[in-house]
Structure formats: C-alpha cells, structure tokens
Unconditional design. Sequence first.
Length: 126
Amino acid sequence: MDCIYTGQEIHIGDYAVDHFLPWSFVAHDQLWNLIPADNSINSSKSDKLPPLDHFLPKLAEEHREAIRIYLGAGKKESALEDFTSLGYTPRDLQQLNRERFLAAYQQTFCPLFQIAQNMGYEVWNV
C-alpha cells in the first residue's frame, strides 16, 4: 500500500494511522476516517484538513479495496460496522463501483469538511 499523501510505499511497522478529518474535530476512531500514512506527513498534517478534491478519491479507493479484500476473504462483516455511519452496510459498499463509492464518501466528507472549515480548521498545504 502507498501513502495517499506522498505516493510512497508504506512499510509494516513504519507508519502512522492518520485521521483524515482531524480527531480533534470528529472525536472518534471510526475506520472510514482512518488511513495508514507516512509518519512525517502525518505529523506535518497534524490537525489540518486535507484538500478533498485531491485526497478524498484516494482515501475512498483505498477503503473500497480494503473492504473488497476483507469481505472477499470471508471475514465477518461486523468488524466493519463503523462504515454503516456512511449509510451503507459493508456488503453494500463492497458492491459499489468506484464512482458510486466515491459519491458515498463525498456525501459524508464534504459537509463535515465545510463544518470544520467554518469552525476554523485550516486546509493543509501539502
């Protein structure tokens, strides 16, 4: 897997778990807002908002693929119950094509992004 922010390969044991929207804003650790990231980039990003137009499609695609692989391996859907916050079951998400999966993410992330900006969260300059 590559870091969605740098494009560099992420190595086991040498990464941070990034809250795509800052934890200080969402105040949860739900899977749909988490992504492995390069340690230094995660520190640099801190509690800033990533530009959605560039990074949300990458986040959505990584999550789409992870759900597909996980459920395709016969794993229990209950481990992915965080994704029901998006308005879909994990099985429903598994069936969505790339465009519809991204649309589901946009439906959740875009309003949250705007609220965070209105509250004073800065957009991260990569």
